[in-house]
Unconditional design. Structure first.
Ligand code: G1P
Length: 296
């Protein structure tokens, strides 16, 4: 069973400026929760019990968000604001631990993941969730990360979440080549290779890596030997490409929807989707939508 997840949150979020100047981009709000909370909830729903944040000195607000805030809780209790108090106390369940390690220099995603090596160790499989991407499992019996966990248990092979993107977008992603046909959504298929941000016209397919990975502890030794690749950075994709040759890796085709919160329109779309079905604000938000849809 995979119980640990690595969330690389050290990035400075230049694509989200000016919003991310003084707060971490992961703390920008989608309706009433910061984006990082949705990602942690997704991991917890799939059975993760230890979240390893790979973070940076400027991003302490993320750790604070998952920590107990004694003063605030005492104040809410004294004022009888029980509902709000419960909500704060349940940001993460009691049996889930948040651990943080630092990435001292921005040397790439592969380097960020390798910073978690002392916590994860080389003998245990683990998950990686990139917090820029919101994966929405609304309406599914289990979320896609849980589906990947099941595929990992059944096959014993690493799982990389993928979905089709328009051809003109392939240069922004890790792109996967499969050994055979593309699996149906919710299923996995063996990968032949993966390439980080291929140049226009050179992508082997339109299947993009979406930012959810289940990897073996042996990836750390491969990352240690991985040379800087696309953008001069140590790429997780390059270590996974080596892993494919060593022990096989599968691509898991996701069922849910994704929202790329690494840029403003992605945030806005996520806000629309999550606000429309929010138990407290959904109705009011739909009224607002109607009102503004007809106004110039
Ligand atoms: C990272 C990964 C890339 C993946 C993408 C998903 O790139 O390196 O393989 O497709 O996340 O969002 P980034 O968006 O951090 O440049």
């Amino acid at each position: 069973m995979i119980r640990k997840a690595v969330l690389p949150v050290a990035g400075l979020g230049t694509r989200c400026l000016p919003a991310s100047k003084a707060i971490p981009k992961e703390m920008i709000t989608i309706v009433d929760k910061p984006v990082i909370q949705y990602v942690v909830e997704e991991a917890v729903a799939a059975g993760i019990k230890e979240i390893v944040l790979v973070t940076h000195s400027s991003k302490g607000a993320i750790e604070d968000h998952f920590d107990k805030h004694f003063e605030l809780e005492t104040t809410l209790e004294a004022k009888g604001k029980q509902e709000l108090l419960e909500e704060l106390r349940n940001i993460i369940p009691d049996d889930v631990k948040i651990i943080s390690v630092r990435q001292p220099e921005a040397l790439g995603l592969g380097h960020a993941v390798s910073c978690a090596r002392p916590v994860i160790g080389d003998d245990e499989p683990f998950a990686v969730l990139l917090p820029d991407v919101l994966v929405d499992g609304h309406g599914l019996a289990q979320n896609d990360l849980a589906g990947m966990m099941k595929a990992y248990e059944d096959s014993g092979q690493s799982q990389i979440m993928v979905e089709n993107v328009p051809e003109e977008m392939t240069h922004k992603y890790g792109i996967v080549a499969l050994k055979g046909d593309t699996p149906e959504a919710g299923h996995s298929a063996p990968m032949a290779s993966v390439v980080e941000k291929p140049a226009a016209g050179e992508a082997p397919s339109t299947l993009a890596v979406i930012g959810r990975y289940l990897l073996p502890g042996s990836i750390f030794a491969l990352l240690e030997k991985t040379q800087p690749g696309a953008g001069g950075e140590i790429q997780l994709t390059d270590a996974i490409d080596t892993l494919i040759a060593r022990e096989g890796v599968q691509a898991f085709r996701m069922q849910g929807e994704t929202y790329d919160c690494g840029h403003q329109l992605g945030y806005l779309e996520a806000i629309l989707v999550f606000a429309k079905r929010h138990p407290k604000f959904g109705e009011g938000f739909q009224n607002l939508m109607q009102r503004y849809a007809v106004e110039e």
